[in-house]
Design a protein around this ligand. Sequence first.
Ligand code: SF4
Length: 187
Amino acid sequence: MPSPRRLVPPFARQLAGDRLGLGRAAQSAHSERLTARTKTADKVVQSICPYCAVGCGQKVYVKDEKVIQIEGDPDSPISRGRLCPKGAASEKLVNSPMRETRVKYRPPGARDWEQISLEQASEMIAERLIKARAETWEEQTDDGELLKRTLGIHFLGGATLDTEENYLIKKFFTAAGALSIENQARI
Ligand code: SF4
């Protein structure tokens, strides 16, 4: 049995308090009964879209310690509530069953990936960094000018890195003597 309001023609409903026809006047009987996921969240956390250097503001809706929805943050001076299709689908990135959360390693020549621990991966990266630095270190030019650098280490960051992470990465690799330090968000 439709509600009495549904018996009123849409245009008349629009005139009666929803002049743009974007709210209750445009609701179907079905959508009238639905409740937005954002209404049932336990808490809302402000965040930044992880995808690109625009840095649009996001509101992350959490229920039972699980992310249930991510929407644009109207308080963000950058995006004023808007998200592009990729940012608007961020919840799928968080909750996708295909999301890879383990470290995968494919040894040289191998066809298959194997799973290794984060500790082992960190050790392997550190060992290779130290070895590459030692093997490619340039102390000075042939004329005796100081160089103190290596062209054997390069760093390419990703758009998901935040300002603080980029700061630390730049500081660390410059201290290690690397010159080629870049971030994908700039490319
Ligand atoms: S919502 Fe789109 S434009 Fe904004 S930061 Fe994310 S990916 Fe970039």
